[in-house]
Structures are given as structure tokens and as C-alpha cells.
Design a protein around this ligand. Structure first.
Ligand code: KG4
Ligand code: ZN
Length: 459
């Protein structure tokens, strides 16, 4: 099966001016002479970061001229992008597995892995071509190492290591959810730490307080399904066109419906915390669909006008309550976050579901009521993409956090550092909830705990 690149976005010169006022040097000067492998200490491998002190050896004036390739394969999109540390996006390529989603109604890991493997070389090459650079122009390669599906992560990591190994480039392991949050700093130069972020995607619902690069307090998370999963299942059960995933289909149909017509109950009302749950709402929606005899086998395009109206009412009512749950959690999270960091001015909303206009409008009201500002990346940077990975790589690279170039030929028994279950931050102690039912087994230490350990070891 050959997969086409379903969308390619090229040369979005989103930030024309350099990010930092450093003098511009030629691309050749970026060949990272200061970053000799033997000077480096691995950032992402073990927890023992004893002599990790690379940052002092980095020549800061050149930091503004980095060119980083970002690779993302944690879920169902194969994405790559080339980004400069000035903030200029040189290329962005995404190959989506929408046809597989339609066929299987969700992400099947083995199928997804195969689809990634088939297009990864082509996607990366296209990103380099569009950027008009070759591997020798790159300063480093950034790649998502978690959280996500192991089989899928492996495809991206393998490609990243192969590229970095062949061209003697440092490599930066990126946390997928951190990337969703930090891409906002690429778009909005005013966005300084500390800030809050609501990250809403197919696999995660996270409310965090970002105190610094790699330093996050987790205010809330999903105890079962994430909001994107609820959108996708609702779309599937309503017989909607899933080719662009379920979210956009629900958003569109909901505009025709009456959002007050079905009284779904808001999840977790009794829990005065910032966690999320969408499994119960999903069940409510399924029951509503069943009781109205909607046949998902009949695509919405073929439904009678009465049937279409009923489906639209369900879509609208679902969306209203799904987003009300977000609103309530954000209200409380803002309260908590301002207690911890009174200087917070921004709430970043990112992840696939953040491309939804209704979600943005409702959260904008919540944020304004609390005298904060909403920062939402454009939709192409909210859904999974390589730009966010490249950018997060750049942010860490500037701090000296990266691995040395891998060997040109990897040994066959090399064990990849993949982190399918990898929390971003440490849980906010005062917000700890009885409602948490998360499986704790085989969870990797959080990104924040790793960074803190490395900082302590430096002092
Ligand atoms: O961040 P993302 O691209 O991938 C994951 O990391 O999961 O998010 C994908 C999710 C899917 O569940 C998709 O249905 C949802 O984002 N999504 C939307 C919209 N666009 C994408 N949900 C609601 N409204 C949208 N416009
Ligand atoms: Zn994502």
C-alpha cells in the first residue's frame, strides 16, 4: 500500500524577524563545531546525568542560526519539519493515516507502524527538499521519544538515529506533550515562563503549569479517555466522514444542531479537582444514539433531513458538554496556578482538539474572565506535526540538552530509548484526587523529574 502525502505545508515564514538579536552567520557556520561529541553527555538516556554540563560549552551567539529537523511518529501521523532557531519554519510535511482510521475506526498499532515505515523516508526527504537544505546543513535532529505507541515511536526514532548517525549530528529526544505546549512559544514571542497550558488531543488531556523549560506541574490529567477520543467515537457512531478524523466532522455538524436539545451530564462534577474523564460522556452519547435508532452504516450524506437533524443535535449537545468540562477544569486550574505563580498571564491551548473554533471561543471567555490571555497555535500546529518537535528540540538544544551523534552503523542489539508512558510533570500535591484510577505500572519518570535531577547534579 502506497500512501500519499495528504497534506504538505511549505515555507510558512511565520516569524520573519530573528528570535534573538544575534548576528546572522551562514549555514555552513552552523555545523556545530563547538558541539564535539566527546564534549557531550547524554541527556535522554539514563537518569544518571552526573556530568551533564554541556550548556557552558555552547557558543551562544550561534544559537540563533540552528537548523533542526523534527520527526514525529508517536501516533497516526508521520510528520517532519525543518525549523530555524530564529523561529522561521522552513518546511512542514504531514502524511496522515486517515484512510486507516476510516477502515479501523481508530489507531491499530501494527497497521500504524507499517504505514509510518512506508512513508517515513519520503516524508523526511520532502521536508528537507521543501526547506531547500540537505542533511549536512542541519545542526541536530529532534525526534519524539514518548509518550505514544511504542511500535510507532520506534519508526521515527530509528529514522532520526540513522540520519543523525550518518551525518554526525546530535540528537534530541522530545516529549510529545511538551512539544504541543512549546510550539506556542514559536508563534507568540511574548510568551514567557511561567504560563499555563491545556493540552487536548486524541490520547491526552493535560492541564499544566509550565514553570520553565522541562519544568512542569501537572494540575490535571485524564483518568480515562481524552476528549479527542470522545470526538472520534461520537463521529464514528454518527456515521460521519472520518477522513480528517472525527473532531472536524463533529465541529462542522454541530453548527447545524441544537446544543441544548439533549441533556448530557457534565463529567466529574462532584470531584473538585482538575482531572478529566470522557468515558462516561462517551457512554451517554452511545446510549442517546442507540435510543434514536441512528444507523451509522448510513453515512450522514445519505441520511434523511430528519435523521440528519437528530445527528446534528447529538453532535452539538455532545460538544457543548465536552467543552463545558474543559471550561470548568480550566477555571479551577487558573485559580490553583495563580496561587503557585501569581505572575501568570497566559493560557496556551494546544493539541489536535485546540484547532476547534468552538473550543477556542469558549476557552477565550474563561481566560478573559480571569484577566489572562489565550494563546492558540494555528490549527496546522495544533494537530501533530514536525514543527513542534523541531522547535522543542531547539529549545532544549540551546540549554545543552541533547545526545551525542549515534554511531553511523547502529549495533543490531541496540535498545531504543522509547517512553510510551511518560508523564510530563509531577502531580500538584494539593490537587491529588481520589478519582485517579490511572495505571501506574511501567510509567517512565517524568520529564520534569529527570531535568531536576540533572540540574541538581550540576550544582
Ligand atoms: O494532537 P493530535 O493531532 O494527535 C494526538 O496526539 O492524539 O490530536 C488528534 C485529535 C483527534 O482525536 C481529532 O479528532 C482531534 O484531535 N481533532 C479535533 C479537531 N481537529 C482534530 N477535535 C475537535 N475539533 C477539531 N476541529
Ligand atoms: Zn498530539
Amino acid at each position: 500500500m502506497k500512501m500519499a502525502l495528504s497534506s504538505t505545508l511549505s515555507r510558512l515564514n511565520l516569524i520573519p524577524r530573528p528570535w534573538l538579536p544575534y548576528t546572522v552567520t551562514t549555514l555552513r557556520a552552523l555545523k556545530l563545531k563547538p558541539h564535539k561529541p566527546q564534549l557531550l553527555r547524554p541527556m535522554w538516556a539514563p537518569l544518571t546525568l552526573s556530568s551533564f554540563s554541556v550548556s557552558a560549552q555552547i557558543h551562544r551567539p550561534q544559537d540563533d542560526n540552528l537548523i533542526v529537523l523534527g520527526i514525529e511518529t508517536s501516533c497516526d501521523d508521520t510528520a517532519a519539519a525543518v525549523v530555524k532557531s530564529s523561529g522561521e519554519i522552513l518546511s512542514q510535511v504531514v502524511s496522515s493515516q486517515a484512510d486507516l482510521l476510516v477502515r479501523y475506526g481508530g489507531v491499530a498499532p501494527k497497521m500504524a507502524e507499517e504505514a509510518h515505515s512506508q512513508v517515513i523516508d519520503q516524508v523526511v526527504q520532502e521536508a528537507l527538499n521543501q526547506a531547500n537544505v540537505s542533511e549536512t546543513d542541519l545542526s541536530a535532529v529532534a525526534v519524539t521519544i514518548g509518550p505514544g505507541l511504542s511500535l510507532c515511536l520506534r519508526v521515527g526514532v530509528q529514522k532520526a538515529r540513522k540520519t543523525a548517525g550518518s551525518f554526525n549530528l546530535p540528537i534530541i529526544g522530545v516529549h510529545h506533550m511538551e512539544a504541543h505546549a512549546l510550539v506556542a512559544r514559536l508563534m507568540e514571542r511574548e510568551l514567557q515562563f511561567p504560563f499555563m497550558a491545556l493540552l487536548i488531543s486524541g490520547g491526552h488531556n493535560l492541564l499544566i503549569l509550565a514553570q520553565g523549560l522541562g519544568q512542569y506541574i501537572q494540575l490535571g490529567t485524564s483518568i480515562d479517555d481524552a476528549i479527542g477520543e470522545a470526538y472520534d467515537k461520537t463521529a464514528k457512531w454518527l456515521g460521519l466522514d472520518m477522513r480528517r478524523s472525527g473532531g472536524p466532522a463533529i465541529e462542522k455538524l454541530a453548527r447545524e444542531g441544537d446544543a441544548e436539545s439533549i441533556k448530557f451530564s457534565i463529567p466529574m462534577k462532584q470531584h473538585k479537582d482538575c482531572n478529566f474523564s470522557y468515558a462516561g460522556l462517551k457512554t451517554q452519547v452511545r446510549l442517546a444514539i442507540e435510543s434514536r435508532n441512528i444507523n451509522a452504516e448510513i453515512p450522514i450524506s445519505c441520511a434523511s433531513s430528519q435523521d440528519r437533524r437528530t445527528r446534528a443535535d447529538i453532535a452539538a449537545s455532545f460538544q457543548r458538554v465536552a467543552v463545558l468540562h474543559l471550561e470548568e477544569r480550566c477555571e479551577r486550574a487558573i485559580e490553583w496556578a495563580l496561587k503557585i505563580e501569581p505572575s501568570i498571564k497566559h493560557l496556551v491551548v494546544s493539541g489536535g482538539v485546540a484547532s476547534n473554533q468552538y473550543v477556542r471561543a469558549r476557552l477565550d471567555q474563561v481566560v478573559k474572565k480571569n484577566s489572562l490571555q489565550l494563546v492558540c497555535p494555528p490549527p496546522s500546529l495544533c494537530t501533530d506535526n514536525g514543527v513542534m518537535v523541531a522547535w522543542t528540540g531547539i529549545e532544549h538544544f540551546r540549554m545543552g540538552r541533547f545526545d551525542p551523534p549515534p554511531p553511523a552503523v547502529e549495533s543490531e542489539d541496540f535498545v531504543y530509548d522509547l517512553r510510551p508512558r511518560w508523564p510530563l510533570g509531577e502531580e500538584y500535591a494539593e490537587g491529588r484526587s481520589e478519582a485517579r484510577s490511572l495505571r501506574k505500572a511501567r510509567i517512565h519518570p517524568s520529564l520534569t523529574s529527570i531535568i531536576q535531577a540533572s540540574l541538581q547534579q550540576q550544582h
